[in-house]
Design a protein around this ligand. Structure first.
Ligand code: S3P
Length: 431
């Protein structure tokens, strides 16, 4: 499906964007291992998270939905069953990597595959530590690419330095650590999203979280049982970011984004946007099941270019393509570095941004680990490719709002992965 986004006069209104993708994945995976029934309200029903739901059903977990509430009847840490067939992970890196961590502790065999994008994404980052812990793993390209087969079993703990600051890698190791005979430690130079360890702690795992002066450490030890939980999933800051960006670059705009999770490991984009000069206000801040949630009000303001460095990347990793798009409307240059991880997301997101900017005659310099974006550019419009990557499709839709003739996005239906109603919502707040 192709979608054209035309220029608008302003962005105005109020939205509750869909629920957080990272928390929704974990609200199926972790409760599947608990003893008893967990209740999940506001679960994100989108491509990636429905993949997780289907995978855990195939692993023998009874997951039901009634009146928009999901009930996960946990099987206990040892209760999953060997799947009858290959598990399809669709487009979802999170499902794949976290599930490999879970399967490392199971005494059975499973094979995982995925779509064209996922089969290209690097898996050695989880395969290596899980193999070191004792899981038997093999797959294409020396076990770096799906399909990957795993036979779990007796594990031992490891000490792992998460140099890529990948929350998926950290989570996979911690989940395997629940089963290891000796303690497992993950150290990060900068804390990556911390939903897994928070949820494990809440469910009664043997876990210690330590904010050190020069980094972050999580230690997990063999756990006999996890308690079921009740979760109300807040709105996804990564989805809210698109509308915060829209209100910041379209003159006279004002938007209210409701129930947004403002976890500091996730809100880097909002902080950076503020640094650029954006008018952002947080109202009604509250604690909901261990996460801070707020209504975020964003009004149009003049923006200036900024720098993004490696230490800032983890808390805004998924929003960097959008930041590059916003930067075209700011005064002065924006320089993003230390973001080489963007090359191994649902698409090579540096290449996707650079090639689409060229299609739109916009100035950008490609760096191995980022990009340099010229400010105050006039966007005439044209046709771009989403590379079947949801965040690229939504980012260029936002740029379309400030274009002269509109931007047409190829393969725009990929927004289904995290935000099925994205274009409907965009229309609702476009004036
Ligand atoms: C995620 C972690 C991040 C992020 C992805 C979701 C998660 O990936 O980009 O969209 O839910 O753990 P990495 O762990 O590869 O940085």
């Amino acid at each position: 499906m192709e979608k054209t986004v035309k220029p608008v006069k302003r962005i105005e209104g109020s939205l509750r964007v869909p629920s957080d993708k990272s928390v929704s994945h974990r609200s199926i995976i972790l409760p599947s291992l608990a003893e008893g029934e967990s209740v999940i309200k506001n679960f994100l029903k989108a491509g990636d998270t429905l993949t997780t739901l289907n995978v855990y059903r195939k692993l023998g977990v009874d997951i039901e939905e009634k009146d928009n509430v999901i009930y996960v009847k946990g099987k206990g840490l040892e209760g999953l069953k060997e799947p009858d067939d290959v598990l399809d992970m669709g487009n979802s890196g999170t499902t794949t990597r976290l599930t490999l961590g879970v399967l490392a502790g199971q005494n059975f065999f499973a094979t995982l595959t995925g779509d064209d994008s996922l089969r290209k994404r690097p898996m050695k980052r989880v395969v290596d530590p899980l193999s070191e812990m004792g899981a038997k793993v093999d797959g294409r390209k020396e076990a770096n690419n799906l399909p990957i087969s795993i036979r779990g079993g007796k594990l031992k703990g490891i000490s792992y330095f998460n140099s890529k600051m990948s929350a998926q890698v950290k989570s996979a190791i911690l989940l395997a650590g629940l089963y290891a005979e000796t303690p497992t430690e993950v150290v990060e130079p900068i804390v990556s999203r911390d939903h897994t360890e928070k949820m494990l702690n809440w469910m009664g795992a043997n876990i210690e979280i330590d904010f050190m002066t020069d980094g972050y450490k999580v230690k997990i030890s063999k756990t006999d049982r996890l308690k079921p939980i009740h979760i109300n999933v807040p709105a996804d800051p990564s989805s809210a970011a698109f509308f915060a960006a829209a209100a910041s670059i379209v003159p006279k705009s004002e938007i209210i984004l409701k129930d947004v999770m403002v976890n500091p490991t996730r809100d880097g984009f909002f902080r950076k946007l503020k640094e650029m000069g954006a008018d952002i206000e947080y109202k009604n801040k509250r604690d909901e099941a261990g996460e801070i949630v707020a209504d975020v009000i964003v009004k149009y303001n003049d923006l200036k270019g900024v720098k993004v460095v490696k230490e800032e990347v983890p808390s805004m990793i998924d929003e960097l393509p959008l930041l590059a798009i916003v930067a075209t409307q700011a005064e002065g240059e924006t320089v993003i570095t230390g973001a080489e991880e963007l090359r191994v997301k649902e698409s090579d997101r540096i290449k996707a941004i650079v090639e689409n900017f060229k299609r739109l005659n916009l100035e950008i310099e490609e760096l191995e680990d980022g990009m340099v974006i010229k400010g105050k550019q006039k966007v005439k419009g044209g046709v771009v490719d989403s590379y079947k990557d949801h965040r690229i499709a939504m980012g260029f839709a936002i740029l379309g709002l400030v274009s002269e003739d509109g931007i047409t996005i190829k393969d725009a239906d990929c927004v289904y992965i995290s935000y099925p109603d994205f274009f409907k919502h965009l229309e609702k707040v476009s004036k």
